[in-house]
Design a binder for this molecule. Structure first.
Ligand code: ATP
Length: 245
C-alpha cells in the first residue's frame, strides 16, 4: 500500500524544448526493496522516464510539465540533479561512461565522494560483489573490457550508498555470459543490500526473469502494468517482445 513505495511517479508529462511532448501521462510505483522493469520499443520514452526521476532531463532542455514524482514521500521533480543524487537516486546511463584515464579503483572512489565516511568498507563491499574489479583495480578503466566497465559504473554508484538505482540497458553490447554475470550481481545487490531498482532493458526475457513486476511503454504511455508471470503469458508480449508465436 501507500507507505511501502519508495518511488511514485504520478501521471507525468515530459516535454523537450518546451514543445515536444514525449511522456503523455506516465505512472509507475516502485516498492521498498523491489525491482521493477520498464519495457518498450526504441523511442517509447523509457530513458526519458529515468531522466525525469534523476533530474538529468534538465540537462537536455527537458522538463516535467505536469504530474509529480515522489521519492520517500517528498516531491523531487523540480529539484536539480545534484540534489536528487544527494538524496540517493543514481542513474546508470546507457553506454558505459567510466573515467578512462583513472584506474578502476579511482573510478570507484569518485562515486564515494558524496559519502566520505566508511569509504574503505564500501570499497570492500563493492569488491565482494565484483571480484573482477578487485583484480583489475590498478588498471586504467579505459583499458578494461566492456563488461568490466559496466561493473565499474555500477560499483561507482554503490560507493555512494544509493537508495534507488536506475539502470538503463545494462546488457547493451555485452556478451551473453557477461550479461548473465552482471544480472546475477544486480539481483544480489537488490536482495542482499536491499537496493530498489528500476530497470530499463531491451532483453525482455531477461528483464521479466529478474524483475517480478514490469511496465510496458508505447509512445510515451504505459500500456501494460502487471506481474512478470502474467506478462510472460500475455499474447502481445509473447508475440512482439519475446518472439514466441
Ligand atoms: P531508446 O531505447 O531508443 O533510448 P527510449 O524508450 O529510451 O528509447 P527515449 O530515449 O526516452 O526513448 O526517447 C523518447 C522520445 O523522446 C524519442 O522520440 C526521442 O527522439 C525523444 N527525445 C529523447 N531525447 C530528446 C532530446 N534531448 N530532445 C528532444 N527529443 C528527445
Amino acid at each position: 500500500s501507500e507507505n511501502n513505495e519508495i518511488l511514485k511517479i504520478n501521471n507525468i508529462e515530459v516535454r523537450y524544448h518546451e514543445v515536444i511532448l514525449v511522456l503523455k501521462g506516465v505512472s509507475i510505483k516502485i516498492p521498498e526493496g523491489g525491482i521493477v522493469a520498464l519495457l518498450g520499443a526504441n523511442g517509447a520514452g523509457k530513458s526519458t522516464t529515468l531522466k525525469a526521476i534523476s533530474g538529468l532531463l534538465n540537462h537536455e532542455d527537458g522538463e516535467v510539465t505536469d504530474g509529480s514524482i515522489e521519492f520517500m514521500g517528498e516531491r523531487i521533480h523540480k529539484l536539480p540533479a545534484e540534489e536528487i543524487s544527494r538524496r540517493g537516486i543514481f542513474q546508470i546511463i546507457e553506454g558505459r561512461r567510466v573515467f578512462e584515464h583513472l584506474t578502476v579503483e579511482e573510478n570507484l572512489m569518485v562515486g564515494g565522494h558524496l559519502r566520505p565516511s566508511g569509504l574503505k568498507e564500501r570499497l570492500d563491499m563493492v569488491y565482494h560483489y565484483f571480484p573482477r574489479l578487485k583484480e583489475r583495480r590498478n588498471i586504467m578503466a579505459g583499458f578494461v573490457s566492456g563488461g568490466e566497465q559496466q561493473m565499474c559504473v555500477i560499483g561507482r554508484a554503490m560507493m555512494a550508498q544509493p537508495k534507488l538505482m536506475l539502470l538503463d540497458e545494462p546488457s547493451m553490447g555485452l556478451a551473453p555470459l557477461l550479461i548473465k554475470e552482471i544480472f546475477e550481481i544486480i539481483q544480489r545487490l537488490n536482495r542482499e543490500e536491499k537496493i530498489p531498482i528500476l530497470l530499463v532493458e531491451q532483453n525482455v526475457k531477461l528483464a521479466l526473469t529478474v524483475a517480478p513486476h514490469a511496465y510496458v511503454m508505447e509512445n510515451g504511455r504505459i500500456v501494460m502494468d502487471d506481474t512478470s508471470e502474467k506478462l510472460k503469458e500475455n499474447p502481445d508480449i509473447r508475440d512482439f517482445y519475446l518472439g514466441l508465436t
